[in-house]
Ligand binder design. Structure first.
Ligand code: NDP
Length: 309
């Protein structure tokens, strides 16, 4: 079985930053990129709030830059998905793609989070045929068409704005009577001629022969409910994310929403030598910059742990 000093699981800003720090500290990190190399940022448009990019930068470019920076210092970046993990101090056994076993002295978990769905049977029925949780991946297929985005946060606003550049019309379906997104995003959405915000509405079903042709909506008017239909060609979900922590649930403490619990503001988990960084352990901030910072902290803790053990 291959033995490594430092294994990093995940390739978003947390994983790559951990790899940069760990390789510069000569921990010879091995990083497995997971299902979506580069993580969630590869599915967004421009990142405008990461310090150091006054003109903004595409999420994909930023991830490529971080990856190259880690490679420059010798990080061993591999394509592969962790399918099993047995965590124990100094002897963490990790299985890659169901077959390759690796033993690692320290593990940095930076597996991020995955998009949430509404949980309606129609979402599975129309998966890839009109339902998507990634506007930047699939928006292209809806050029000059009409789509709806569900959600009222920054992601939903960002997706609606991105789609408004491609589509004829974009509905933003928001279950409350306000947007949760930052003010600047709210203003952009509310000032867009192509976006119509439907407050207090929920999507309860989809219909269509060979793909989505419309959505059934439920409107809440102060206790009274009313249904209606909306003709759309595609539905984009932007209602938040679930942390990718299931693999570690038998060994680490998770909070009620599945986020890995760490010691205060550190990435230290309850298993010595196992650290959690980025969105998988951050129910509160979930930003590229905070993920990168926690990846840095995790690598520093890993270095300390290896020195002491
Ligand atoms: P949020 O958790 O902030 O927002 C989720 C939205 O989806 C809320 O409006 C919520 O409604 C709604 N929602 C949740 N479940 C359902 C449901 N079942 N049916 C209908 N609506 C639902 O998630 P985001 O992904 O938008 O953002 C996550 C974090 O990432 C935030 O901190 C955000 O600021 C950040 N972010 C920053 C960006 C940037 O700065 N460029 C870009 C994207 C994200 P309700 O309000 O009713 O709960």
């Amino acid at each position: 079985m291959e033995q490594v000093k430092c294994l990093i699981i995940g390739s978003g800003p947390a994983g790559y930053t951990a790899a940069i720090y760990a390789s510069r500290a000569n921990l010879q990190p091995v990083l497995y990129e997971g299902v979506l190399p580069g993580g969630q940022l590869t599915t967004t448009t421009d990142v405008e709030n990461f310090p150091g990019y006054p003109e903004g930068v595409s999420g994909t470019q930023m991830m490529e830059d971080m990856r190259n920076q880690a490679l420059r210092f010798g990080a061993d970046i591999r394509f592969g998905i962790v399918t099993k993990a047995e965590l124990a101090p100094n002897h963490n056994k990790i299985v890659i793609d169901g077959e390759t076993e690796i033993e690692a002295k320290v593990v940095i978990i930076a597996t991020g989070a995955s998009a949430k769905y509404l949980g309606l049977p129609c979402e599975a029925k129309y998966a890839g045929m009109g339902v998507s949780a990634c506007a930047t991946c699939d928006g292209f297929f809806y050029r000059n068409k009409t789509v709806a985005v569900v959600g009222g946060g920054d992601t939903a606003c960002e997706d609606a704005l991105y789609l408004s550049g491609l589509c004829q019309k974009v509905y933003l379906v928001v279950r409350k009577d306000y947007l949760r997104a930052s003010k600047v995003m709210q203003e952009r959405v509310l000032n867009s001629e192509k976006i119509e915000v439907l407050f207090k509405h929920e999507v309860i079903d989809l219909f269509g022969e060979d793909g989505v042709e419309g959505a059934k909506l439920l409107k809440n008017r102060g206790g009274e409910e009313e249904t209606s239909t909306l003709a759309i060609d595609g539905l984009f979900l932007a209602i938040g994310h679930n942390p990718n922590s299931k693999l570690f649930a038998d060994y680490l403490d998770l909070d009620a929403n599945g986020y890995i619990v760490t010691e205060g503001a550190t990435p230290i988990t309850k298993v010595p030598g196992v650290f959690a960084a980025g969105d998988v352990a951050d129910p509160r901030y979930r930003q590229a910059i905070t993920a990168a910072a926690s990846g840095c902290k995790a690598a520093i803790e890993a270095e300390r742990y290896l020195m002491e053990n």
